[in-house]
Design a protein around this ligand. Sequence first.
Ligand SMILES: *[C@@H]1O[C@H](CO)[C@@H](O)[C@H](O)[C@H]1NC(C)=O
Ligand SMILES: *[C@@H]1O[C@H](CO)[C@@H](O)[C@H](O)[C@H]1NC(C)=O
Ligand SMILES: [Zn+2]
Ligand SMILES: [Zn+2]
Length: 479
Amino acid sequence: MTSIMVILCRFFSFSLIWGLAKSQEFSYKDTTTWGQNYPTCNGNNQSPVDIPWGFGETVIIQPGELQWINYGNIPDSMRIVNNGHTVQIYPTWVNASDRPYLTGGPLGGQYVIEQFHFHWGQNDSVGSEHTFRGRRTAMEFHMVHWKSEYGTFEAAASQADGFAVIGALYDPIFGKSSRGIEEIWRELGGLRQPNDAIQIIPFPLSDFEVVNSRDTYVSYYGSLTTPGCNEVVTWLVALDLFSITSDELQQIRSVQLGHGDTHNYRALQNLNNRQFTYYQSKSVEIHPVWRNNAYRPYLSGGPLRSQYVVEQFHFHWGQNNNVGSEHTFRGGRSSMELHIVHWKREYGSFAAAMQRRDGLAVIAALYQPSTGRSSNGIQQIWRQLRNLRQENSAVQVSPFPLSDFGLLNPTHRYMSYFGSLTTPTCNEAATWLVALNLFPISNNELRDIRLVRLRHGDRHNYRPLQRLNNRRFTSYRSY
Ligand SMILES: *[C@@H]1O[C@H](CO)[C@@H](O)[C@H](O)[C@H]1NC(C)=O
Ligand SMILES: *[C@@H]1O[C@H](CO)[C@@H](O)[C@H](O)[C@H]1NC(C)=O
Ligand SMILES: [Zn+2]
Ligand SMILES: [Zn+2]
């Protein structure tokens, strides 16, 4: 896919929309003087502001989910510029209907993506524009969208509801990098001087973790944080903190800004009479899901004579990307395998069902390293992995539907056979349903799961292949 896109880039040339940044002269040395040349910067609805929220608080979510649409679409081209105030990326799509857009939540319409960029500081203690209860983080990411009914970015820039901007705050506290960031950072060497501009290999915006179906966003009405400070922005700031390394922060500081600026975050503005509302987003990638009965999802049909309810799910992995799955496809092992264990409802409990020959049904999904986005289910579990490194550690995670693993797709086929649990006591009680698709996971995610310590110093948890003997395979399609 990527190689096709590279070829496309060579054949199309795109007119670049510079938008508001073009003719503006300003410096971050004293952001309080911007109003002298740009009067709107002294307005009553300015951004950024402090967000009065601390971790671990319960927030009341407004009805009306924020929807991220088309963010998995790979742009036809991607251009990055050092505009003297930031590193700004313009993704473009030849066909306007492929363009990602936001809708729902506080937004009364569709807001298409224009560009995204970053704000950073002189050291790791500063850099974000918004603050969480007075605390500034090391970097902030902005995705700027405009309301498509206004026809152009420029026209939307003068309408009170013209823009929607997603904000994501980054901090080095997790000691790891994030996808999306890595893809831009790789290119920073070509963007050292103001007016440097390069074309890069396009990647989907869903590579940025802020594009997530389960995050909560705080919304308020505000402005652009650079002159002319237009008061046209519905802000949606993710309440999650995102991960970046100190090395990466050091790298963005080596990008030279105009006027000798060494940071590009604006001072906090007064909230005045404005209010915050909270929204949760929802992915529009809804798959046909196991029919839901009394909350527990269950499987039925195919080789299963009855209803099998979910008990638990878990992963198998290896020492490196060449090993890890338990099942193999024609001798080829993939990097990880997910098992979703179900038991036959009529046996009353998992413990009782595992004593019966038809007691269990296990769905298996094999994962291969890929630049594609891993499923929301993987991402949500992976977010907790650092808290699970030690044996016997346990965390409570925010519940999410198992459909987030993206296994429930009508085009998927499953290979079924009768077998056993792959760990002692190895009960021969399992109807296996192995998805024939390979699912994407990133190298970073595979590295992260290897940091989880296993008992006995084990560095993998896949069992060797067993003999098939007289058993047969049947293939099924899910619906
Ligand atoms: C643009 O994409 C839409 C939806 O995929 C498609 O229906 C339409 O034909 C495309 N238009 C062009 C000009 O390719
Ligand atoms: C980081 O930079 C800010 C702004 O220049 C400064 O006030 C602060 O003291 C610095 N912090 C550290 C730890 O160097
Ligand atoms: Zn910004
Ligand atoms: Zn297993």
